[in-house]
Write a protein that binds this ligand. Structure first.
Ligand SMILES: Cc1nc(C(=O)O)sc1CCOP(=O)(O)O
Ligand SMILES: C=C1C=NC(C(F)(F)F)=NC1=N
Ligand SMILES: [Mg+2]
Length: 538
């Protein structure tokens, strides 16, 4: 018998006997998993004769006992009772939980599939003696679950479920993420799926095909175990440690950019392309405006590559996903600019999909975009106009911190005042205890201002080209360079150049030219201590 608090949910194998590679059996795959770090097993058979199920379950149970790992039966309470399994897992449409508990008694483990906060409210009402853990999913698209009823919720959907557990005080309830989990997304899921109060993250991940369909289930499990036992999520090859930027640290960033001449791949809207390329060149970097899916992996592998993904681009979503994958795969940075984030249903859906799909070094938006990303948009904000400059400074700072926290990224909110918050937590992540109670409002956040520069709003691509500046600075960092310094340095430079250009220009046409000149001069002069824009810790 297993004491419930001793159950280790970290690597939870759910079996499937319909995807076994030649030369393997259900038991050989399960044993390979158990030998290499699987901590919990669930037998799941959708259409099988009861007699065969019992036989199979007894075989698997013998192996689990050998490794002292609990065995859970999916759906079939009768089979679980017949073989005295350690528990069951049921879905929303299966036998109601209170009945399952009545049949199994208090010491058995009961798991429940949960896809939304309202289901958490229900389990919380049942109290601590009913549901012991929940499967939070479907996180990503998967072919394993036939006739999928739920559309993929992504890490943000899982966060909503974790928040509901905290809101309804279901502190006893453990959680595993499930659905389309593989080595390329597991660290990101554990790192991002943290309750907004910072008090809990997933207790583990649960998967089927990554092990059951693996020709070498030992190697597959070893790889998964390694990812779960690591505590650092290196999604860019530069430093993520939280530091307060200084003139010297920014001077150092500019020297690195100047020496390393980063390749900045722009996937962006047509209007921004030309100006963005010129801004990038002014910053000693080399732009490439490519939306060709087949070359994105090669570009990502060029030293000091950096991707600027501006979703005003009309490139097909498959290309955008390929670009995110390519840069994430080689730990090169992506700057994400969700243009018009929630202005239309189309943009909301596109941006939400892309945000679910990869890890971004920096997410930059204007007030409206950041307030929407933080889910602080209009309906939540009585009487504050999210699109004009009249926004409450504290609200914008908070929204920037919330976006930084939700996506574990450097968030930038542009406007009369620019805000930059560091939600990377140094790339540190851990199962179960989240960020140890550190919440969005505790994140390092700075405000940059330089008085109003009205003409900035009168030219095209001024916001988008801040994206080019950030992508250049991040891309140009040495491995010892600091991500937060680079983003803050880029925004400080851009705001200083904007102010300088506005005093030199005769109108919006010459402002474009003056802005590029100012960026060029300030960059090559590299004296941040003389810049007019002010930096304040929030
Ligand atoms: C068994 C199961 N339940 C899901 C849910 O969302 O509740 S998704 C799923 C299948 C997960 O398989 P794979 O790891 O191969 O993607
Ligand atoms: C449908 C399911 C959802 N989640 C889980 C688990 F991961 F175990 F919680 N198992 C299932 N069979
Ligand atoms: Mg924008």
């Amino acid at each position: 018998m297993f004491a419930k608090e001793d159950v280790n949910y970290s690597l939870y194998l759910v079996t499937d006997s319909t995807m076994l590679p030649p030369g393997t059996t259900l038991c050989s795959q399960v044993e390979a998993g158990l030998k290499n770090g699987v901590t919990l097993v669930q037998i799941r058979e959708k259409d099988i004769e009861t007699g065969n199920f019992i036989e199979e379950a007894l075989d698997v149970q013998k192996i689990c006992k050998k490794y002292n790992v609990p065995l859970i039966i999916n759906d079939r309470i009768d089979v679980a009772m017949a073989i005295d399994a350690d528990g069951v897992h049921v879905g929303q449409q299966d036998m109601p939980i209170p009945m399952v508990r009545k049949l199994l008694g208090p010491s058995k483990i009961i798991g429940w599939s949960v896809g939304k906060p309202s289901e958490v409210e229900t389990l919380a009402k049942w109290g601590p003696n009913m549901v012991d853990y929940i499967g939070v999913g479907t996180l990503f698209p998967t072919l394993t679950k036939k006739n999928p009823k739920k559309s993929p919720m992504g890490p943000q959907g899982a966060i909503a479920v974790l928040d509901a557990l905290e809101e309804y005080k279901a502190t006893w309830c453990r959680t595993v993420g499930i659905g389309g989990l593989h080595p390329d997304n597991i660290q990101r899921v554990i790192c991002q799926c943290v309750a907004t109060n910072g008090k809990r993250s997933l207790d583990g991940i649960s998967l089927v095909s990554d092990i059951m369909a693996a020709p070498d289930a030992c190697a597959a499990t070893v790889r998964l175990r390694g990812l779960l036992d690591r505590t650092k999520y290196r999604f860019v090859d530069c430093e993520l440690n939280e530091s307060f930027p200084t003139a010297d640290s920014i001077k150092s960033v500019i020297s690195q950019v100047s020496d390393n001449r980063p390749l900045v791949q722009h996937v962006t809207n047509k209007v921004h392309q030309n100006f963005g390329a010129n801004v990038t060149l002014a910053l000693g970097s080399s732009p490439i405006m490519s939306e060709i899916q087949s070359e994105v992996s090669e570009l990502a592998r060029i030293p000091n590559s950096s991707l600027l993904l501006n979703t005003g681009s009309v490139a097909p979503i498959e290309m955008l996903k390929a670009a995110i994958n390519a840069y994430n795969e080689v730990n090169r940075p992506i700057t994400f600019d969700p243009v018009g984030y929630s202005a239309t249903e189309t943009r909301l859906c596109l941006n939400d999909t892309l945000l679910t799909y990869g890890q971004f070094a920096c997410i930059k938006g204007n007030c409206s975009e950041i307030l929407s990303l933080a889910k602080l948009n209009k309906d939540k904000m009585r009487g504050v106009d999210a699109s004009s400059g009249k926004n409450d400074i504290a609200l914008l700072a908070r929204a920037t911190q919330i976006v930084a926290f939700k996506y574990k990224t450097i968030a930038v909110c542009t406007g009369e005042h620019d805000f930059i918050a560091d939600g990377t937590f140094g790339g540190e992540y851990k199962l179960s205890s989240g960020t140890s109670g550190v919440a969005a409002e505790d994140l390092p956040c700075v405000m940059i201002e330089n008085g109003s520069i009205p003409i900035m709003g009168d030219i095209t691509a001024s916001g988008c080209s801040l994206g080019s500046t950030i992508a250049s600075f991040i891309g140009g960092l040495d491995p010892t360079g600091n991500l937060f310094d680079a983003v803050v340095g880029a925004v400080l430079l851009y705001k200083t150049a904007g102010k300088l250009a506005s005093t030199r220009c005769q109108g919006s046409g010459s402002f474009h030219v003056q802005l590029i000149d100012a960026l060029y001069q300030l960059f090559h002069e590299n004296k941040p201590e003389k810049w007019s824009a002010s930096l304040k810790k929030f």
